[in-house]
Design a protein around this ligand. Structure first.
Ligand SMILES: Cc1cc2nc3c(=O)[nH]c(=O)nc-3n(C[C@H](O)[C@H](O)[C@H](O)COP(=O)(O)OP(=O)(O)OC[C@H]3O[C@@H](n4cnc5c(N)ncnc54)[C@H](O)[C@@H]3O)c2cc1C
Length: 379
């Protein structure tokens, strides 16, 4: 904390939103030597960070924006050190592993569609190449002896991995507290006003905060907050559902895009992509399709009991890529939002936060600006 005014506490930076994006950026800002608070709406909020699938995933990220491929790759490369730092700082093991990951396909058509998309992605101008492989059924069966007869093949990328994402969330908050950050829950931000002398006054029902910089990291709630500081955040909720089975002996040693075995032994099966607005209800129809696909991939799953199901809302921009911006009209205001906040946590902590601390995003972050949505569509 920098100090207090008559009616407001003052920080170098206020991060709005304490999900995995806000918490990672906030930890990084503390590492850059700033005083930081997180203003968080609290448990009533939609929180993608508590409902995700926990992949740290690279393959398939970046078709349509080569810079996103490089950003994802950079985060994946930084993840092992990031996890080690979190463990040293908090004692929490987030169970990060990068053993390589697979997408399994149940038809030749699906395999060809995925292959063609990866070829297009890797052929984009500006793409930084990395290894991936198209695997036939025999190669998949060598890796996964239990694979079902309907699996025709798949894709493999050695850069893919996974974590325990709830522990990641806890570790980020523990590290934030340990570094002296001020976590302020039950503070839904209602207004952000730029001050004439620089900085911002941020109002919540439990009092005001003043900060030299403000970072919008409120997930889907960034949409109404962004215009307050001259930014735009065209993001929408996209529902995903997840099934968790009882624990079973380890047999999936590497993550698959839609099925993974957690460090604790249960299988997670997911995830759907549903355009249903801000609706977090589960639906048996979608869950049963997901379960059937998983059983077709690994018939042994059929005998496992499902112990939990949930739905959560992804934070999805119009083109699916992150939005990182600094405001031109209100210097010192930034936005960070994305649909792969687990994968990108290391980049947010180690790469994005230092840019915000310096006061401007690097020039090569320009592709992530929401100004890309201003380009008129061709007739
Ligand atoms: C089903 C599913 C599967 C996923 N799988 C993966 C995966 O495998 N790998 C991966 O990398 N990502 C995955 N994701 C995405 C990942 O979970 C999100 O990118 C990430 O959680 C987004 O974090 P966030 O902090 O932006 O948003 P959220 O977690 O939604 O947090 C937003 C925060 O803002 C706060 N807030 C809202 N409004 C206000 C306000 N007015 N004032 C103050 N605070 C406010 C809320 O309290 C909340 O804490 C998945 C998501 C879903 C839903």
């Amino acid at each position: 904390m920098l100090g207090t005014m008559a009616d407001a506490t003052i920080f170098d930076t206020a991060v709005i939103g304490g999900g995995v994006v806000g918490a990672a950026v906030a930890r990084g800002l503390l590492g850059a030597g700033l005083t930081v608070c997180i203003l968080d709406e609290g448990d009533v909020a939609h929180r993608a960070s508590r409902g995700n699938f926990a992949l740290v995933w690279v393959q398939s990220k970046g078709l349509g924006m080569a810079r996103y491929g490089a950003w994802t790759r950079a985060s994946s490369d930084a993840w092992a050190d990031f996890a080690a730092d979190l463990r040293t700082e908090t004692g929490i093991d987030v169970a990060h592993q990068r053993p390589g990951g697979f997408s399994l396909c149940l038809s030749e058509e699906e395999l060809e569609r995925r292959r063609a998309a990866l070829v297009r992605m890797h052929n984009q101008p500006g793409w930084i190449p990395y290894d991936w492989e198209l695997l036939d059924r025999a190669a998949i069966a060598r890796e996964f002896p239990d694979v079902g007869p309907e699996v025709v093949g798949g894709l493999y990328c050695p850069l893919d991995g996974h974590v325990n994402s709830l522990r990641l969330f806890r570790a980020l908050h523990a590290a934030f507290n340990a570094r002296g950050g001020a976590y302020l829950p039950e503070r839904p931000v209602t207004s952000i006003a730029p001050l004439s002398a620089g900085g911002f006054r941020i109002e919540t029902p439990r009092g005001a905060i003043e900060a030299g910089k403000v970072v919008l990291a409120a997930g889907i709630a960034n949409a109404p907050l962004a215009p307050m500081v001259g930014l735009t955040a065209p993001v929408r909720p996209q529902r995903g559902q997840i099934l968790v089975t009882e624990k079973t002996a380890p047999f999936l040693y590497r993550p698959i895009l839609t099925v993974r075995q957690t460090d604790e032994g249960g299988l997670m099966i997911g995830d759907s992509m549903e355009e249903v607005g801000p609706d977090e209800r589960i639906g048996l129809g979608v869950l049963s399709v997901m379960a059937q696909r998983a059983v077709r991939m690994f018939p042994r799953i059929a005998s496992l009991n499902v112990v939990r199901t949930w739905a959560a809302l992804r934070v999805m921009s119009r083109d699916g890529f992150p939005i990182y911006d600094g405001s031109e009209g209100s210097p010192g205001a930034f936005i960070a939002t994305c649909h792969s906040g687990v994968t990108l946590a290391a980049a947010h902590d180690r790469l994005l936060a230092p840019m915000i601390a310096r006061g401007a995003l690097d020039a090569d972050m320009a592709p992530f600006s929401a100004r890309r949505f201003d380009v008129p569509q061709a007739a």
